[in-house]
Design a protein around this ligand. Structure first.
Ligand SMILES: Nc1ncnc2c1ncn2[C@@H]1O[C@H](COP(=O)(O)OP(=O)(O)O)[C@@H](O)[C@H]1O
Ligand SMILES: [Mg+2]
Length: 265
C-alpha cells in the first residue's frame, strides 16, 4: 500500500476535486486497487462519486464509534465505459460536536490514520489518496505523517504561490521519514492559458519544481459540471481538456511509483 496525502495551505485550490478525479484516472489507467479517503469535515469527496450529501456514514462516525473503516465504503461507485473505479471512504456528515470529537481523537492519537489504513489490509500495490482540510488541522498533520508521498495542490495565482513555503514547512515537520526524504510533488490546478498571470506562474512553478510538477490541470467548466452531476470528469466528459490532463497526470504518477523509479527528486 502506498499512501499519497493531497494537501494545500489554502482552501479552495482543488484538493478534493484532484483527489476524486486523480483517483478515477489512476483506476482507469489500471492501478490495481485505488482508494480515496476523505478526512475533511466538509464531506465533499463522496459528492464526486454521486453520494447523497446527507449521508452520515463515514470515517468520522466510524472512528468515534470504534468501528472499522471498511464498512463505510461508498456503495456502487461504478463508472461508465466498464472502466475500473476507485473505492471511496467518505468523511460522512457530522454535527459540530462530532466534528470536534473526531478532531480531538485525531490529535490525541497521532498514528490513528496510519493504523486505520493498515487495518484495511490492502494489497501491497494499492494506492490510497487522502483528501485533507486546508492548513495545519489535526487531520492534515495525520495525513502527512501516514503518507509515503505528499502531493501539494496549488493554483497558478500569487496567493497560492505565496502560501507554498508554509505547506513545505508543514510537510517537512510532520511528514513520514520517507515523504520527507523524497520531498513533495506538486500539481497546478485551474490553469488558464488565456490569462498571462496563469501562464507566468505556471512557468515559474515549472522552473522551480521541474519534474516534481507532476500535473497541470486546466480550468475547465466540465470539472464543475461533473461535480453537479455527481461524477468524475472522466466519466462526465472523457474528451474534455481536464480529463486529458488527469489521465496524463495519472500516467506520470504511476511511472514514478514503479518500485525502481521513485518520485522525482
Ligand atoms: N480544473 C478545474 N476547472 C474548473 N473548476 C475547478 C477545477 N478544479 C476545481 N474546480 C472548482 O474549484 C472549486 C474548489 O475546488 P475544491 O476541490 O472544493 O477545493 P479544495 O478541496 O481545495 O477546497 C470547486 O468549485 C471546484 O468545482
Ligand atoms: Mg476540499
Amino acid at each position: 500500500m502506498r499512501v499519497i496525502a493531497v494537501v494545500s495551505a489554502k482552501g479552495g485550490v482543488g484538493k478534493t476535486t484532484v483527489t476524486a478525479n486523480l483517483a478515477a484516472a489512476l483506476a482507469q489507467a489500471g492501478a490495481p486497487a485505488v482508494l480515496a479517503v476523505d478526512l475533511d469535515p466538509q464531506n465533499a469527496l463522496a459528492l464526486h462519486f454521486g453520494a447523497d450529501p446527507h449521508t452520515l456514514s463515514g470515517v468520522a462516525r466510524a472512528s468515534l464509534a470504534g468501528n472499522a473503516w471498511l464498512g463505510t465504503r461508498l456503495p456502487g461507485v461504478v463508472p461508465d465505459h466498464g472502466a475500473q473505479a476507485p473505492q471511496v471512504l467518505p468523511h460522512g456528515l457530522v454535527n459540530e460536536e462530532d466534528r470536534l470529537a473526531f478532531e480531538q481523537q485525531l490529535a490525541a492519537h497521532p498514528q490513528w490514520l496510519a493504523g486505520q489504513l493498515k487495518g484495511l489490509n490492502l494489497p501491497a500495490d494499492a494506492l490510497v489518496l487522502v483528501d485533507t482540510p486546508p492548513g495545519p488541522s489535526a487531520a492534515t498533520l495525520q495525513a502527512l505523517a501516514a503518507a509515503d508521498h505528499t502531493l501539494v495542490v496549488t493554483l497558478p495565482d500569487a496567493a497560492s504561490y505565496a502560501a507554498l513555503p508554509f505547506m513545505q514547512r508543514l510537510a517537512q515537520a510532520y511528514g513520514s521519514s520517507h515523504a520527507v526524504a523524497e520531498g513533495p510533488v506538486y500539481l497546478v490546478n485551474q490553469m488558464d492559458g488565456a490569462r498571462a498571470l496563469s501562464r507566468d506562474l505556471s512557468r515559474v512553478l515549472h522552473e522551480q519544481f521541474g519534474e516534481r510538477l507532476v500535473g497541470r490541470i486546466h480550468s475547465d467548466e466540465s470539472v464543475r459540471e461533473a461535480l453537479a452531476h455527481g461524477r468524475t470528469v472522466l466519466d462526465h466528459d472523457a474528451a474534455c481538456e481536464a480529463a486529458h490532463d488527469y489521465r496524463q497526470c495519472a500516467q506520470r504518477l504511476l511511472a514514478w511509483l514503479q518500485p525502481s523509479a521513485g518520485m522525482p527528486r
